[in-house]
Design a protein around this ligand. Structure first.
Ligand code: ADP
Length: 597
């Protein structure tokens, strides 16, 4: 194989269709592939919206059915079936960290266009019923399709609003509706003959929506990996039903809506991400023109303490954009366990991976205590000297080794990484769910400077706290041009209540630990959003005061996603809805988090 990887840049290396299970969608019913059902329908009455009687709810739903059509409104009266990644339930959070029936909607509806979304919003205002929009609902680890307020009505935008509305080849931009998944956008570009010319950025798994992920500020692997930064132009339904277009979209007849993000006057887009100020119905996204070649590579560093030197050596490469994608640096034990037989190196002691044993395995296999994955874009003449430059820069870490695809076996993760960095969807990351039975995961995801000392301090802090609570620390740093997302996955068995509580308590302790040293998270699960929001409290909570002023001005009835990102409208504020920690240590938590009916 040549040094660079033209196979991923050429049409032959880019499949037209991505294989997927026959069933691949969201469900509000029992699905036969589900491994288990915790609660049957008889054990679970419909949860009403807060402050709403059964008869008022019936009247409201009847009206909604008249507005949208009988078949586009359904009560959440089904058994709660966790399903799997491919069959995601709309009835609750499939990766529940509270009780399975805590974060549940009363009903789900499926509007067909922006006007119907506005209709739903006005309906919600009339009845004071909270609504919770989702694009696909695969935000697993952060709450899935579930609402924060029990009994909200989920507005599933993705089912009927799922078109790629426009693709501009010359501007490398497109306009999508909420239901466009990474996998469908990829296939759409293949179908219209632009798949080799225009690449997308995919996150770990391609079943989620391009819009939902960007709104939640998710990250991918290519130079377009900061998804929010690559959007351009939104169409938004405000909480009073008004419809706005941001940036150039405000100018009738413009052909620059997807080209120039700002327009004239205040730049509003920011208030619609990780917020509850509007329902986004269209979003512009910049695509990546085929760079003419790609060189994915890997560097390994032999010892855990090498993290500091490696990060310091990487900083100039990132700031100067010599490495132009979103590379990652991850704890090598994750990779090493993929390539050895478990019997050869038993790693666990008292249920946890033993550091000394792990280091022995890493030394024997030569896989690296930390592994860096990066990619260079462009033809060979550009990427070959860049790679030499990078090797030299990272060789300040003694024992650093470098690999390309030609140097590793075909089952090596670097081959999957080559797909990620070329924007080709894969399901490989689902393998992680085999790690423990009935696996669910939560993420603890603090931000770090690209600074060796900071990274090492965070890594030690997380490892110590996680081991105290009986969890392995398996951290990965996704490196941007000025900062890193330190993403740590907490795997837990969702059928084990003790383990769930332990995971939640541990993550709560970590949020506190982090805040004490000025470290904050970029994104978190619904159950933790009040606590994380509470740590961003400079100026005696000035940010939350601003958030609340905006909320009360835009959404006086508090119908849109109360509680998202810790922002509570006036109607709910200070009435016991907030979950700030401590509650989950007793069963009372589960009742309290259930909200007040
Ligand atoms: P995904 O498409 O990745 O499955 P989700 O649909 O689960 O993502 O949405 C992720 C988060 O973003 C959820 O909190 C959801 O409420 C919010 N969200 C998703 N789509 C929209 C939208 N179109 N407008 C407003 N908020 C949205």
């Amino acid at each position: 194989m040549p040094a660079s990887i033209p196979s991923t840049a050429s049409p032959a290396g880019r499949p037209k269709k991505i294989e997927r299970p026959i069933w691949h969608g969201t469900v509000l019913s029992q699905h036969p592939s589900s491994p288990y059902i915790s609660k049957t329908r008889d054990e679970r009455p419909i949860v009403l919206p807060p402050h709403t009687s059964e008869s008022a709810f019936e009247t409201a739903l009847r009206e909604l059915r008249e507005l949208l059509g009988e078949e586009w409104v359904k009560c959440n009266d089904v058994a709660l079936v966790d399903g799997d990644y491919h069959a995601v339930p709309l009835s609750h959070d499939a990766y529940h960290i509270l009780e399975q029936d805590d974060l549940v909607p009363s009903a789900v509806c499926w509007p067909k266009d922006t006007e119907q979304v506005a209709t739903v919003v006005k309906w919600a205002n009339r009845h004071k019923i909270p609504i919770w929009p989702i694009s696909i609902g695969r935000n697993l680890g952060y709450g899935g399709s579930a609402p924060r307020v029990r009994g909200s009505v989920v507005v599933d935008l993705g089912r009927r609003m799922n078109r790629v509305l426009d693709v501009s080849e010359q501007n490398a931009a497109c306009l999508v509706e909420p239901g466009v998944q990474y996998i469908t956008l990829y296939e759409h570009l293949q179908e219209i003959g632009l798949g080799n010319k225009l690449w997308i950025d995919v996150p770990d798994l391609p079943g989620g929506s391009v819009m939902g992920n960007a709104l939640d500020r998710g990250v991918g692997y290519t130079p377009h990996g900061d998804h929010w930064s690559q959007h351009c132009g939104l169409e938004v339904v405000l909480p009073d039903g008004d419809i706005v277009r941001t940036g150039m979209g405000a100018l009738p007849g413009t052909d620059c809506w997807q080209l120039f993000p700002y327009g004239f006057g205040p730049y509003h887009d920011g208030i619609f991400s990780q917020s509850n100020y509007g329902i986004v119905t269209k979003m512009g996204v910049w695509l990546m023109p085929n760079p003419g070649g790609i060189r994915p590579f890997m560097a390994t560093f032999p010892r855990e303490e090498d993290l500091a030197a490696a990060v310091d050596a990487l900083r100039p490469l990132m700031v100067q954009k010599i490495v132009g994608n979103v590379p990652c640096l991850r704890l090598g034990v994750q990779d090493a366990t993929m390539y050895h037989k478990k019997t050869e190196f038993p790693l666990r002691e008292n249920g946890l991976i033993d550091r000394k044993k792990a280091q022995t395995m890493i030394d024997k296999l030569g896989t690296g205590a930390w592994v860096f994955y990066g990619a260079l874009y462009g033809p060979d003449e550009i990427t070959a000297p860049k790679f030499d430059y990078i090797k030299k820069a990272l060789s300040v870490v003694s024992g650093a080794k470098f690999y390309e695809r030609k140097d590793v076996p075909s089952n090596h993760y670097l081959n999957d990484y080559a797909k990620f960095t070329a924007g080709i969807p894969t399901w490989r990351e689902l393998d992680r769910m085999q790690f423990i039975p009935n696996a669910s995961h939560l993420f603890f995801a603090p931000i770090s400077a690209i600074d060796g000392k900071d990274a090492l301090r965070q890594s030690h802090m997380c490892r110590n706290r996680m081991e105290e609570y009986g969890f392995d620390y398996l951290g990965t740093f996704f490196i941007g041009h000025r900062a890193m997302h330190h993403v740590i996955s907490f795997m837990y068995d969702k059928t084990d209540p003790e383990m769930k509580k332990r995971a939640l308590s541990c993550i709560r302790a970590l949020i506190e630990d982090a805040a004490k040293i000025g470290v904050g998270e970029y994104r978190t699960h619904l159950a933790l959003q009040d606590q994380v929001a509470g740590t961003y409290n400079w100026g005696d909570g000035a940010t939350m005061r601003l958030n609340e002023k905006l909320k009360d001005a835009l959404d006086p009835n508090g119908i849109l996603q109360p509680g998202r990102s810790g922002i509570w409208p006036k109607r709910y504020r200070g009435q016991g809805w907030e979950l700030k920690g401590g509650e989950e240590r007793s069963d009372i938590l589960f009742k309290r988090s259930a909200g007040r009916l």
